[in-house]
Design a protein around this ligand. Structure first.
Ligand code: FES
Length: 127
């Protein structure tokens, strides 16, 4: 049982607790980790309401995209983060991590973007 004000975080390490902002949660945001978990230039997969989401830190700003390439459904989180571009691991399509826009590759669709909020070092993604 969690104490009031504490919430389970998707993708967090077992045994760690992060204070979650209840106002963010009431607006549909889900806590997915803390800012210290992801250094600039890093990305990771998180689950938000059973959806795969790739979360990235680009120069200290956090962004979230659906973690599925529209070409052959590869998990983008297994690819590479090159500056603000995320590269698909299968056929190397590239998308702008900040906007989800296709930059290059064998696919015609952009990637869905999730709204991200950071409060008190907690990263939230809107469902
Ligand atoms: Fe991503 Fe083919 S699965 S480019």
């Amino acid at each position: 049982m969690l104490s009031p004000g504490y919430l389970s975080l998707a993708g967090r390490e077992p045994g760690r607790r992060v204070v979650a902002d209840l106002s963010a949660i009431s607006e549909g945001f889900v806590a997915v980790g803390s800012t210290g978990d992801l250094a600039p230039g890093e990305m990771k997969f998180v689950a938000v309401d059973r959806e795969r989401v790739v979360l990235a830190n680009i120069d200290g700003t956090f962004y979230a995209l659906r973690d599925v390439c529209g070409h052959r459904n590869a998990p983008l989180s297994r690819g590479r983060l090159i500056g603000c571009l995320i590269e698909c691991p299968l056929h190397f399509a590239q998308f702008d991590m900040r906007t989800g826009k296709l930059v290059d590759g064998p696919v015609s669709a952009d990637i869905a973007v999730y709204e991200v909020r950071v409060e008190s070092s907690v990263i939230y993604v809107k469902q």
